[in-house]
Design a protein around this ligand. Structure first.
Ligand code: ADP
Ligand code: ASP
Ligand code: MG
Length: 421
């Protein structure tokens, strides 16, 4: 008998039919003797709908009220999934984050889980029920509803798996695992069997939305093995995300140099032109961004010419509105030559633990891009990643060209459908 946490994303519960499909899976698992805790997202694009609704009413809605609103999406899914399970003759019970005891800090819309009191779940399981928990939400110490940030149901699942010491944490979506690139834009991408936490962190933080970054961070911290699977395909082994050491001992000593290519179209590039090259300017700029809670990603400062330099950085597109006035004000204060904002950029990243001990990866990457007519405007690296900023129109071309050049193409499946919507 295993204790399983299984998370189903929005596409897996988008319709009544799909909810029944998830219920059958849970029931089959239960009848096979496992104890099952399901974590569920809002149905389909319901969260997007609720976000749009809020913004159409108030362009800057209070964050507490956003949490109140967005948490309703998951509340709908857990209730109907519990009904679907009961209809198949197995007792089920749904819980909101608050009911199950997922305690968070006070940061509305981006709360961090503080602790989970899992007694309810244990009691329900011991009574033979399938337990269904609303993803993405919790409660702070004052009893206020909080949410964990977009894609947060993945984090709920991993945190619950850690709290109840589950044997498996399965994350079901519309794709049967983590691929070497987003299969939606790279038809030759193939499923990866096993990935280290470090590689998955780099992929997730650079646009591979199949697993939420914070969920992977949580999994690494608590040693939870994530098993990414499709809720529509039943015969795929999926992808395991686990400790690098465990991958090494079980499999061939040397993995591929490059594990995958990620892309991200959700950032903008901001440049302050002809900034006087004096001490403290970068500090002023980025302190201001920190005050505004802007998550700055890449930063580049060129060497100065005649005492003037350009500073460029990338930040989420969603933050452009709030950072623009601050950057303009600072540009005037420090007598720079103005601010340029490019919202039409893509970040493309090559990720692979093998690149640490394999020279020439960046040279090859830049050559492939040059040969394909792709101009690079920023570069950043980590020991296992190289990221570049390019024009958004060239994103697909760059991902596909790099995927081919680094030997990642799946020759058998070009053009086959891998994502079910
Ligand atoms: P859910 O709504 O179930 O949480 P998501 O939409 O968050 O599912 O994640 C699944 C999607 O992630 C896929 O449809 C796919 O387009 C996208 N994706 C991006 N990069 C990758 C990748 N490297 N491997 C697999 N899927 C990816
Ligand atoms: N429903 C939330 C969202 O769409 C949380 C999740 O699906 O993980 O972001
Ligand atoms: Mg997701």
């Amino acid at each position: 008998m295993a204790l399983v946490v299984a998370k189903f994303g929005g596409s897996s519960v988008a319709t009544a039919e799909r909810i029944k499909n998830v219920a059958s899976r849970l029931v089959a698992r239960h009848r096979a003797g496992d104890q099952v805790v399901a974590v569920v997202s809002a149905m389909g694009d319901n969260t997007d709908y609720l976000v749009d609704l809020a913004r159409s009413i108030n362009t800057n809605p209070p964050k507490r009220e956003m949490d109140m609103l967005l948490s309703t999406g998951e509340q709908v899914s857990v209730a109907v999934l519990a009904m679907a399970v009961e209809a198949l003759g197995v007792p089920a019970i749904s819980h909101t984050g608050a009911q199950v005891g997922i305690y968070t800090d006070d940061t509305h819309t981006a709360a961090k889980i503080d602790h989970i009191s899992a007694e309810h779940i244990r009691d329900d399981l011991s009574e033979g029920r399938i337990v269904i928990v609303a993803g993405f939400q919790g409660i702070n110490s004052r009893g206020e509803i909080t949410t964990l940030g977009r894609g947060g149901s993945d984090t709920t699942a991993v945190a619950l798996a850690a709290a109840i010491q589950a044997d498996f944490c399965e994350i079901y979506s519309d794709v049967d695992g983590v691929y070497t690139a987003d299969p939606r834009i790279c038809p030759r991408a193939h499923r990866i069997d096993k990935l280290s936490y470090e590689e998955m962190l780099e992929l997730s933080s650079n646009g591979a939305g199949v697993l939420q970054l914070r969920a992977v961070e949580f999994a690494r911290k608590y040693g939870v093995v994530i098993h990414a699977l499709s809720s529509f395909v039943t015969d795929s082994p999926g992808t395991f995300v686990m400790k690098a050491e465990d991958i090494m001992t079980n499999d061939s000593m040397e993995g591929p140099v490059i594990s995958g290519v990620a892309h991200d179209l959700s950032e903008a590039k901001i440049t302050l032109r002809h900034v006087p090259d004096i001490r403290g300017v970068a500090a002023m700029l980025f302190e201001r961004m920190a005050e505004l809670n802007v998550n700055v990603d890449m930063i580049i400062q060129d060497i100065s010419h005649e005492g003037l330099t350009d500073i460029s950085f990338t930040a989420p597109l969603n933050d452009v509105e709030k950072l623009t006035p601050a950057c303009k004000e600072l540009s005037e204060t420090i007598k720079a030559d103005g601010v340029e904002i490019n919202t039409h950029i893509a970040k493309v990243s090559l990720v692979g633990a093998g690149m640490k001990s394999y020279p020439g990866v960046s040279a090859k990457m830049f050559r492939v891009l040059a040969d394909n007519g792709v101009n690079i405007s920023m570069i950043s690296t980590s020991p296992i990643r190289i990221s570049i900023i390019i024009d958004a129109d060239q994103c697909e071309l760059a991902v596909r060209a790099l995927h081919t050049a680094f030997g990642l193409d799946d020759e058998d499946s070009s053009g086959s459908v891998k994502v079910v919507r």
